[in-house]
Design a protein around this ligand. Structure first.
Ligand code: NAD
Ligand code: LMR
Length: 338
């Protein structure tokens, strides 16, 4: 049915999504694995050659997802855990991805999710502090601008916070920016990478189009439009899903891509650089001590936080609008734990 070459192609791991360095391999845990993001994310992680063991936890449905994903013919072992098995799920995990929590419905902001998701994320972080205190924690649950400070403050309270190992996953903004820019320039998304800084909601999302060779050709109304689309891409999906949730498939792709970058860094690969929302000195003097910017990943997590570089006048204005909102979101997260 298939030629030898075709069989080889089918068996090869996806080179588009995952890059693989020679592997010191790793146990990865997904908390919220039964959800809209958790399921496809688990499938994609099963296909990542850097993952040796996949631990799937949710308050409902994870054993079923694990049984299903576990039949995929890649090398990693998969185990599912029920609501009362969180500690077992975290045992030995080096990377922990958290998409647990409720998604938006039309008309809601990400901040409207705070009341439900803050305590979910805090309780998961407390378990991480207890069982896997040196793991890298990748936070997807919204509102990311507040949930990352919640995770950091919870780990800090337990005396195990390492700013190099807590990440807000803002990769979907980067993925969207590349896709949308490719759409209006007819270039390949591989050539339209855009650094996106700030946070992960509306005005706190600041795309630096001026730093991209294709991006800087976009001006006037087209510029206003694409910035708005990158900042509010999430709303587009929420509206189209019409009450059935928010981005899950593109988020799973983005989450797997970022997890692979972290794994490559942990494996000692050099030059792994991507935007992510971390404890950062860049705008600490303005009271914003978590910020997304290009970060080099390495064997300990964050290796180096890159400066934001030169901004256009429009980007300076976007940044001005970002800072006060981000500050409010971060303070809300910290206050919740304090
Ligand atoms: N960072 C981003 O770019 C980004 C993108 C999309 C969605 N999100 C966010 O990700 C979160 C999840 O979205 P979704 O569409 O997968 O939602 P979903 O409702 O489909 O899935 C959430 C899962 O979390 C589980 N869960 C709830 N409480 C839990 C707990 N205490 N421990 C473990 N699991 C728990 C639920 O059982 C469910 O399976 C939302 O907060 C959403 O806003 C973030
Ligand atoms: O929009 C949302 O609520 C989900 C996510 O943050 C997104 O950007 O798609």
């Amino acid at each position: 049915m298939f030629s030898r070459a075709a069989i080889r192609t089918l068996a090869a791991p996806s080179s588009r999504l995952f890059s693989s360095s020679s592997a010191r391999q790793t146990k990865v845990a997904v908390l919220g694995a039964g959800g809209g993001i958790g399921q496809p994310l688990s499938l994609l992680l099963k296909n990542d050659p850097l993952v040796t063991s996949l631990s799937l936890y949710d308050i409902r449905g994870a054993p079923g997802v694990a049984a299903d994903v576990g039949h995929v013919d890649t090398g990693s072992e998969v185990q599912g855990y029920t609501a009362d098995q969180l500690d077992e799920a975290l045992e030995g995990a080096k990377v922990i991805v958290i998409p647990a929590g409720v998604p938006r419905k039309p008309g809601m902001t990400r901040d409207d999710l705070f009341n439900t998701n803050a305590s979910i994320v805090r309780d998961l972080a407390a378990a991480v502090a207890r069982v896997a205190p040196t793991a890298c924690v990748l936070v997807i649950s919204n509102p990311v601008n507040s949930t990352v400070p919640i995770v950091a403050a919870t780990l800090e309270k337990a005396g195990v916070f390492d700013p190099k190992r807590v990440f807000g996953v803002t990769t979907l903004d980067v993925v969207r920016a590349a896709r949308f820019l490719a759409g209006i320039t007819d270039a390949s998304p591989a050539d339209t990478r855009v650094t996106v800084i700030g946070g992960h909601s509306g005005a706190t999302i600041v795309p630096l189009l001026s730093q991209s060779s294709y991006g800087k050709t976009v001006t006037g109304e087209a510029y206003e439009k694409i910035v708005n689309r990158i900042q509010f891409g999430g709303d587009e999906v929420v509206k189209a899903k019409d009450g059935a949730g928010s981005a899950t498939l593109s988020m799973a792709y983005a989450g797997a891509k970022f997890a692979n970058a972290v794994l490559r860094g942990l494996n000692g690969e050099k030059g792994v650089i991507t935007p992510t929302f971390v404890k950062s000195p860049l705008f600490a003097d303005k009271g914003v001590d978590f910020f997304s910017s290009n970060v080099e990943l390495g064997p300990n997590g964050v290796e180096k936080i890159h400066p934001i570089g030169k901004l256009s006048a429009e980007e300076e204005k976007l940044l001005e609008a970002c800072i006060p909102e981000l500050k409010k979101n971060i303070e809300k997260g910290k206050a919740f734990v304090a």
